[in-house]
Design a protein around this ligand. Structure first.
Ligand SMILES: Cc1cc2nc3c(=O)[nH]c(=O)nc-3n(C[C@H](O)[C@H](O)[C@H](O)COP(=O)(O)OP(=O)(O)OC[C@H]3O[C@@H](n4cnc5c(N)ncnc54)[C@H](O)[C@@H]3O)c2cc1C
Length: 376
């Protein structure tokens, strides 16, 4: 039995910290979770909750696909307020050039066992009548889903608490290292393992982590049941999400169970304030209306912003932090942290307990960033 107060202390009660706590408890560990605010109050409260398989790289595919399957396994346990909807994604192709990308994506997914359906213009119009006419088609990925992230985080944390985890909210952490967490009131808690799951703020506690804040805007409308039936994303989204420099907007629209329409999304570096940027918002809504003209007549209820935790190679950081064997990182999930939270928790718990993981863990190890930091 270790002398430390906990086997694992998770800093951050967002979706990633919540998933880690839940998984650690399942593995029989003594766990505490600390957050300076409330449950799911960071990016988790700001995000879209699209559970999506992505193919930017083999490593991104492996993590998103593994995690999508874990969400599917969990779906019957999720309470109603998590609003898990297996609505699928349609990647919308505006022209023939984007249809080439549709077929490339279809081939990639087919080879890896993800079912898809290529849609022609009529199929697209039938499935989503409020899209503008004369789009070229799209790719339906039926196993993608959407959910409401703050309630998913709360569900995972409550389950962890039922298994014995302790939750301390309203406690700001000032320092982590050498088996200790120091709170800003100077009290100290010991743990065998400390997990930095503080999202875009992770470098504050682990200097040297290459994570930048990438701001995003979202708008939610009044209730318009049936207006949109899937998560709709323009194929150009991939270009904007992958750009590591410029600001961008893309058509990305989600149906909510309430009948509301969630409209995204934008990406900005170097904007550290939470204010809504009128110019970015107007570009984003303009883009959405180009794809769904009737959106222009809808009433918007709320607009907000949030920060994605972006890494230079677009992969999250999951694993031990070199130089301090008590510190582990689970951050840098950019726009996929809701999707990949469950898989993150699994592979982090595997590393801590010495278990073999379902997918190769090397692409996500923080040592790749530490190596770059040390060589500068
Ligand atoms: C506009 C937008 C749209 C998105 N859409 C999607 C999507 O459709 N699908 C998807 O998968 N992902 C999406 N994401 C990304 C997703 O929301 C994030 O990757 C995910 O929520 C990150 O969760 P997290 O737990 O790592 O971080 P967070 O949710 O940010 O949680 C970090 C927690 O750490 C706490 N904290 C920070 N510093 C300290 C400290 N010093 N002491 C104590 N506590 C601290 C904070 O209070 C916070 O609660 C989107 C993000 C944005 C901004």
């Amino acid at each position: 039995m270790s002398a430390a107060a906990y086997d694992a202390l998770v800093v951050g009660a967002g979706i990633v910290g919540a998933a880690c706590a839940d998984e650690f408890v399942r593995r029989g560990m003594r766990v505490a979770v600390i957050d300076r605010d409330g449950i799911g109050s960071g990016a988790t409260a700001a995000g879209m909750g699209h559970i999506v398989v992505m193919d930017d790289s083999e490593a991104q595919f492996a993590l998103t696909h593994y995690s999508q399957q874990l969400w599917q396994q969990l779906r019957n346990d999720l309470p109603d307020d998590v609003e898990y909807e297996p609505c699928g994604t349609i990647w919308v192709a505006a022209d023939e050039e984007e249809m080439i990308e549709v077929r490339r994506k279809r081939d990639y997914y087919d080879k890896r066992g993800v079912s898809t359906e290529v849609l022609g213009p009529q199929d697209l119009q039938r499935l989503e009548p409020n899209l503008r006419p004369r789009l070229a088609g799209g790719l339906l990925v039926p196993e993608d889903a959407v959910l409401y992230p703050p309630c998913a985080a709360r569900f995972l944390l409550e389950r962890a608490q039922q298994g014995g985890a302790e939750l301390r909210l309203g406690c700001s952490v000032a320092h982590i290292g050498e088996g200790q967490v120091r709170l800003s009131n100077n009290s100290v808690i010991s743990a065998e393992v400390i997990v930095n799951a503080t999202g875009a703020n992770a470098p504050d506690l682990t200097p040297g982590l290459e994570i930048k804040k990438r701001k995003g805007h979202l708008v939610i409308t009044d209730r318009y049941p049936g207006f949109v039936r899937h998560q709709l994303v323009e194929l150009g989204y991939l270009k904007s999400a992958h750009s590591v420099r410029s600001d961008s907007v893309a058509f990305n629209v989600q149906r909510r169970r309430t009948g509301q329409v969630l409209i995204g999304s934008s990406r900005q570096y170097g904007a550290e304030h939470t204010d809504v940027d009128a110019a970015v918002l107007s570009r984003m809504l303009q883009r959405a209306q180009e794809y769904m003209p009737a959106l222009g007549a809808m009433s918007a209820l709320r607009t907000w912003t949030g920060f994605r935790a972006a890494t230079p190679d677009k992969l999250p950081l999951i694993g031990p932090w070199p130089g301090d064997k008590s510190v582990f990182v689970a951050s840098g999930h950019e726009g996929l942290g809701v999707t990949t939270s469950l898989a993150t928790a699994r592979i982090l718990a595997d590393q801590i307990t010495g278990a073999k993981s379902e997918i190769p863990i090397e692409p996500y190890l923080p040592s790749r960033v530490a190596a770059r930091t040390n060589s500068c």
